[in-house]
Design a protein around this ligand. Structure first.
Ligand SMILES: *Cc1c(COP(=O)(O)O)cnc(C)c1O
Length: 362
């Protein structure tokens, strides 16, 4: 959205994303690090983020949908662009024509991709997804055993990587991590030797046992802490600031917002901001969290409404109408915002709305 009349500004630091990608690469010496840019690069603009990663040297990209891959494909010459959610029936020709690699996770997908390769008379790239405990996508043990017994099903498919996905990598103590590591090693041993892709953001921090030929981080690129409970090794990427639309006096006992969920216990001031749940400021922020102005905290009070939130500005006498308050930024990271809304940083970023004036800085 254009700057004129905008009520809030979302600044995305592409240089920080590049620095985060390089930092993850330094922690994953066993092989390159991809860029996961699904869901519009976690809400931050894949057509800006993917070329920035490419400029930094990234040559492997993952989206979830074909349409997301098509949007970035022309900007990434020679790079691998893969689609995590697989190969929808009828999309085979599009995948092949645009050199997009499906992540194959069912016998049906393998059969349709092999048939497309026969039809075109050339090998087609793909990744093979093996399930190791998520029970979501990827071949299960029986399907893998059948494939290992009859590898001709893969004829015509140029397998770039065999991959699996960790279910609890942000909790290093969870025994699921070691179980998945062992299952992945055993599953790969049933197939011909192929490059492997294993760790997501937090998986990169689990240790050398989870290193592979290609890591697939998303969240950490965008500044989400891949090591919850420890200090965040990533650089912050997002700054969201919003203008004070109105500043009003409130008397003791007066209520604020829908259904009067907050009542002033002293005379004070309320600042109203043009950001609401339609902008991704989740309704679960009701009476939770705060904005920052000049180092001071302005607690969010009352219900989050569709287009507005209200802040208690009583303890911030310097605040004026028209001032910009910070909702996300160096002083208040995505993870802290997520905690106040009882969710994770992934949901905060991918919920960021379309009404912000968005800028991308190099
Ligand atoms: C989303 C996703 C990733 C990236 O995960 P992060 O936790 O954001 O690093 C990697 N692999 C698969 C299969 C995914 O779905």
């Amino acid at each position: 959205m254009a700057a004129e009349g905008s009520l809030a500004r979302l600044e995305i630091d592409l240089g920080a994303i590049q620095a985060n990608w390089r930092a993850l690469g330094a922690r994953h010496p066993s092989g390159p690090v991809a860029g996961v840019v699904k869901a519009d690069a976690y809400g931050l603009g894949a057509t800006h983020v993917a070329p920035a990663l490419f400029a930094a040297g990234c040559r492997h990209f993952f989206t979830a949908h074909l349409q997301e891959a098509l949007a970035i494909r022309p900007k990434l010459p020679g790079a691998m662009v893969a689609v995590l959610n697989g190969l929808p029936p009828g999309s085979e020709a599009s995948f092949a024509a645009h050199d997009i690699a499906p992540v194959l996770g069912t016998p049906g997908e393998i059969a349709r991709w092999a048939a497309e390769a026969r039809r075109l008379g050339r090998a087609l790239p793909a990744l093979l997804h093996l399930d190791t405990g998520m029970n979501r996508l990827g071949l299960d043990a029986a399907q893998l055993a059948a494939l290992a017994a009859d590898p001709s099903a893969l004829e015509g498919i140029a397998l770039r990587y065999v991959m699996t996905h960790l279910s609890a990598s942000e909790e290093p103590q969870d025994p699921a991590n070691e179980a998945q590591r062992q299952r992945f090693a055993a599953a790969c041993a049933m197939l011909p030797p192929l490059p492997r892709s294993f760790a997501n953001s937090s998986g990169i921090f689990l240790g050398p046992g989870w290193a592979s030929d290609l890591a697939r981080p998303g969240a950490a690129l965008y500044g989400i802490n891949p090591t919850p409970g420890q200090s965040n090794p990533m650089r912050p990427v997002v700054r969201l600031s919003a203008r004070v639309l109105a500043l009003r006096a409130i008397r003791t006992g007066e209520a604020v917002g829908y259904n009067a969920t907050w009542t002033a216990r002293q005379d004070g001031r309320i600042a109203t901001i043009g950001v609401g749940y339609a902008d991704g400021w989740l309704r679960s922020h009701t009476n939770h969290g705060h904005a920052i102005f000049d180092g001071a905290r302005l607690p969010l009070v009352g219900r989050v409404s569709m287009d507005l939130i209200t802040l208690d500005a009583t303890d911030c006498p310097a605040l004026r109408e028209g001032d910009m308050v910070e909702l996300i930024g160096p002083g208040r990271g995505v993870d802290a915002v997520a905690e106040a809304a009882h969710t994770n940083g992934y949901e905060i970023l991918t919920s960021l709305g379309r009404r912000y004036h968005r800028t991308w800085t190099a």
